[in-house]
Ligand binder design. Structure first.
Ligand SMILES: C[S@@+](CC[C@H](N)C(=O)[O-])C[C@H]1O[C@@H](n2cnc3c(N)ncnc32)[C@H](O)[C@@H]1O
Length: 268
């Protein structure tokens, strides 16, 4: 069935829905992107109007479709050792001098898991069999499924040290050639869970030595950023480290974090 172009009113309905649920601000320029991403769901249900799909998403008959829409409207671009300077700082300034009993890191918008597994490889090198763990979370259930599986295509490896590939990954052969899987020991150190950054923190989350919250604040307006960062800062140990992307800043966002260098902060 032919799909009618999305109207301004229909776009506004989806814009409001994703903002209220996920804090994601969709500017009017995203109308075409939203329409093209949702088109496959309209196709799936044989609908021609975005308004009818909206009714389906907010209606009671198909509660899973709301999450499908959320999965579709989030942007999940990521790769191993993205922004390599962060991993160098993490290794040299945080892990090397660290003395303690148990080291905990939160990858707070982990997408398909590359960030969490990159951290786990660095931690495995330096903390070895000491007590350490990574908690990784995202809003999209689709990316969390990929992350738990830990299988990736070889072309995602631009920034990974080839020694890590040898040591911490299993290269696929025959039907799996072109893919690799993060090894079981590394996978077992990472727990993936669905967390909406807009919601109160999960109970029993505990405190972290380091939080990575990278490449997600760009989707939030100033007020949402403030709420999210202040909430996450409560899960950081005193003196704990907070990383955002180099393209993001916490200027005028919180008084609880002090900038060490652009994109790296420490809890006061
Ligand atoms: C671009 S990816 C960033 C991945 C990784 N941190 C990196 O820097 O490569 C942004 C992720 O934020 C997630 N996200 C967006 N809004 C969210 C929210 N309200 N709660 C939790 N995750 C959210 C998206 O699902 C997406 O996977």
């Amino acid at each position: 069935m032919a799909i009618s172009p999305i109207t301004t009113e229909e776009f506004e309905c989806f814009r409001r829905l994703i903002y209220d649920h996920a804090g994601i601000s969709l500017v009017p320029e995203k109308k075409v992107m939203v329409a093209s991403r949702l088109a496959k769901r309209l196709d799936h249900y044989g609908l021609s109007l975005y308004g009818d799909y909206y009714q389906l998403v907010v209606g009671r008959d198909n509660p899973q479709e709301f999450q499908v829409m959320v999965n579709i409207l989030t942007t999940n671009e990521t790769y191993f050792f993205r922004e390599p300077k962060h991993f160098e700082y993490f290794r040299d300034e945080i892990l090397r001098p660290w003395r303690g009993n148990s080291f905990r890191v939160w990858s707070a918008a982990s997408s398909t898991g590359e960030e969490a597994y990159s951290l786990a490889m660095v931690m495995s090198e330096h903390l070895r069999s000491q007590q350490w763990e990574i908690f990784a979370s995202d809003l999209s259930t689709k990316v969390l499924d990929v992350a738990r599986n830990g299988v990736y295509t070889m072309d995602r490896l631009e920034h990974m040290d080839p020694r890590f590939l040898e040591k911490y990954c299993l290269k696929g052969v025959r039907a799996q050639s072109g893919f690799f899987r993060v090894d079981k020991n590394i996978r077992s150190r990472v727990t993936f869970s669905q967390v909406n950054l807009m919601s109160p923190l999960p109970v029993n989350l505990g405190l972290f030595d380091v939080i990575f919250l990278r490449n997600v604040l760009i989707y939030f307006d100033q007020e949402t950023k403030k709420h999210v960062v202040e909430r996450l800062a409560t899960a950081l140990k005193p003196g704990g480290y907070f990383f955002v992307s180099h393209s993001e800043s916490l200027h005028r966002v919180t008084d609880h974090l002090r900038m060490l260098k652009p994109s790296i902060y420490r809890k006061i």
